[in-house]
Write a protein that binds this ligand. Structure first.
Ligand SMILES: [Zn+2]
Length: 326
């Protein structure tokens, strides 16, 4: 690890310490371009009451604002601890090519592998040289960037989405004329995302939150193409604002395909609110939806959703549930 990397990592660690002194979680990030620090950030989750205000997302946001999308691609990104999947998504989306990580985080790595982010985490591992000593690894492990509760491990017990169901979703999208899919990975649909990525007729766009995905889908519709937003049903809460503006204000439809988290049989505590809020929110937004729990009904539901949305100029949703996803 070069001395430059150590010098910039030291700045990230300084940010983490300043954050900790303010009562924040002790994580820092630095973006460097041409040997100059562009931004230095610390986690602001506590003071802003914003669970997404990680040091890494803030760094990407400010660096992109400062440098613009193109110029930030050749920047180098330093973070004191291995980034969580949300931050990895932001880093990947920004196009930044070099990531230097202070301390590893086994729990984040396990979660990332389930979310198909192995590529980036593999790259991070190879860059995890001597700089790792700058961070107190044991403390980093104890505190864990974002603790993964033990019960969450039960995800592994869930039966994977069956190949037939994956095929039916893709067949439905193609029959409806969809050529672009925006998605934010979700464990119940995890077999679907690589299949979409490998399909030559569909372009996939990975997004960092579902609101961004909804907005991109709206833009794609304006360009004359058909798109889909694929996500966990919690994404509905995250995308309500752009959905309301586009659907109610401008007549721009977004067709959503979402997993039914929080349905009866759910065994993850964090997913229960997803099930409790999904249908009331869809009703409040007057978004028609169909809950599909049998593989043979998937394709028809997707075709019908596009027919309705492109007649009504309004959103619709297909919820993949029951034996389709577990
Ligand atoms: Zn993060």
């Amino acid at each position: 690890m070069s001395t430059d990397h150590e010098r910039f990592m030291a700045i990230a660690i300084e940010e983490a310490k300043l954050g900790a002194a303010m009562g924040e979680q002790p994580f820092g990030a630095v973006v460097v371009r041409n040997g100059q620090v562009v931004v230095r950030t610390r986690s602001l989750k506590v003071s802003t009451s914003d669970t997404t205000a990680h040091s890494e997302t803030l760094a990407i946001k400010h660096a992109t604002q400062k440098l613009g999308g193109e110029r930030s691609r050749i920047a180098c990104f330093y973070c004191t601890c291995e980034p969580c999947p949300m931050c990895c998504g932001a880093i990947l989306n920004s196009g930044i090519k070099t990531l230097v990580v202070g301390a590893r985080n086994r729990h984040i790595r396990n979660l990332a592998s389930r979310l198909q982010l192995q590529g980036l985490h593999g790259r991070a591992a190879r860059r995890n040289g001597r700089v790792g000593r700058c961070c107190n690894r044991r403390r980093a492990r104890r505190r864990m960037h974002h603790p993964v509760p033990r019960r969450e491990r039960r995800i592994d017990a869930v039966r994977p989405m069956q190949p037939g169901a994956v095929e039916q979703v893709i067949a439905g999208l193609k029959a409806a004329g969809v050529t672009v899919v925006c998605y934010l990975p979700d464990s119940l649909l995890k077999e679907l995302y690589p299949a979409l990525d490998h399909d030559p007729d569909i372009r996939t766009i990975r997004v960092t939150n579902e609101g961004e995905g909804a907005a991109i889908c709206g833009g794609i519709w304006l360009s004359g193409k058909k798109s889909a937003l694929i996500m966990e049903n919690s994404g509905l809460r995250a995308s309500i604002e752009p959905l309301a503006r586009m659907g109610m204000g401008a007549g721009i439809p977004v067709v959503m395909i979402m997993s039914h988290r929080g349905d009866l049989g759910e065994n993850n505590w964090w997913a229960i609110p997803h099930g409790m809020t999904m249908e009331p929110l869809l009703d409040a937004m007057r978004i028609p939806y169909r809950i599909v729990d049998r593989e043979e009904n998937i394709q028809r539901a997707i075709i019908d959703a596009y027919a309705w949305s492109h007649t009504a100029y309004y959103h619709s949703a297909v919820v993949l549930s029951g034996s389709v996803v577990r």
